[in-house]
Ligand binder design. Structure first.
Ligand SMILES: Nc1ncnc2c1ncn2[C@@H]1O[C@H](COP(=O)(O)OP(=O)(O)O)[C@@H](O)[C@H]1O
Ligand SMILES: NC(=O)OP(=O)(O)O
Length: 309
């Protein structure tokens, strides 16, 4: 039996609640397949597009006098319950279909960050929709948001993405795992909080969920970290004619590729860094980066980038 942390990419979860539910249902079938083989699975997920959409909607309602203003950390918490609800329901239905008895729970998770993290003055985390350059420039002017080009897919608003330091609810997550409950935790990387005079306080940022998932995987001594996104492999020379899929690789080789700037900031780079962090914590572990839609094929060893220490 292996202990496996599976992190679902926010961008791989579609563009609407309907698309997301369909993709989550499909992934739930693969995850329950793992559980039925006796593996212990812990689930986390991203929230980039979702928290951006929630924030946009809340700001719009507030600007039109139809709702009070909702701070950014509250939007992060909403994204955890929105995605957690889809995951929870899909997993419950799939477990029941397979005659498996297991509790499923989503834990609203706060993750402590350093208030002096330099990330607060250098936004890198893409959130919300993709825009063309002209529209992005117009919104940036109107709202003061920062936009960047995101891995060849268009322009997106970026927010600060401080490093995760501590998972506030870690003990509860661990109790639930030990009680054989299927836990969904650390959604959207966790709602970022700082400690002020001994009290936690939410801060406007989006923690990279791959980094939080790696932290969680290290803390529970997971054997595997599986990062599910929109591409089947990590590539070198991504998007170029000589693009090459990495099937088996290791920390040393990936560090060399990072030096060559092979992985885009705010998308593939944090995933690769998260895998390196996990393998530093657990050198006998395995990290896998592959697509959400083809998880079964990846679990069968047919696709995906496998990373060893
Ligand atoms: N070297 C690379 N190999 C594979 N994908 C890359 C690479 N560089 C950038 N990407 C982009 O990174 C994306 C995954 O990051 P992102 O969309 O932020 O993930 P998530 O699914 O966690 O939301 C891929 O869909 C791809 O567009
Ligand atoms: N929070 C986070 O890392 O989200 P994505 O997976 O959507 O980038």
């Amino acid at each position: 039996m292996s202990k496996i942390v599976v992190a679902l990419g926010g961008n791989a979860l579609g563009n609407s609640p309907e698309e997301q539910l369909k993709l989550v249902q499909q992934t739930a079938a693969s995850l329950v397949g793992l559980i039925s083989k006796g593996h212990q699975v812990v689930i986390s997920h991203g929230n980039g597009p979702q928290v951006g959409t929630i924030n946009l909607a809340m700001n719009y309602a507030a600007e039109h006098g139809q709702s009070p203003a909702f701070p950014f950390p509250e939007c992060g918490a909403m994204s955890q319950s929105y995605i957690g609800y889809h995951l929870q329901q899909s997993l419950q239905n799939e477990l029941s279909k397979n005659n498996l008895t297991k509790e499923v729970v989503t834990l609203v998770t706060q993750v402590e960050v350093d208030p002096n993290d330099p990330a607060f003055s250098n936004p890198t985390k893409p959130i919300g929709s993709f825009y063309d350059k002209t529209t992005a420039e117009k919104i940036a002017k109107e709202k003061g948001y920062v936009f960047v080009e995101d891995a060849g897919r268009g322009y997106r608003r970026v927010v600060a993405s401080p490093l995760p330091k501590e998972i506030v609810e870690f003990k509860s997550i661990n109790h639930l795992i030990e009680a054989n409950t299927l836990v969904i935790a650390g959604g959207g990387g966790g709602v970022p909080v700082v400690k002020e005079h001994g009290n936690y306080k939410g801060v406007p940022a989006v923690i990279d969920k791959d980094k939080s998932s790696a932290l969680l995987a290290g803390k529970i001594a997971a054997d595997q970290l599986i990062i599910l996104t929109a591409v089947d492999y990590v590539y070198v020379n991504y998007g170029k004619e000589n693009q090459l899929a990495l099937t088996e690789t290791n920390s040393q080789q990936l560090k060399e590729y990072i030096k060559e700037n092979q992985f885009s900031k705010g998308s593939m780079l944090p995933k690769v860094e998260a895998c390196l962090n996990f393998l530093d914590e657990n050198p006998s572990g395995i990290a896998l980066i592959t697509s959400l839609e083809n998880l079964d094929e990846a679990l069968a060893g047919k696709i995906g980038t496998r990373i060893n220490k």
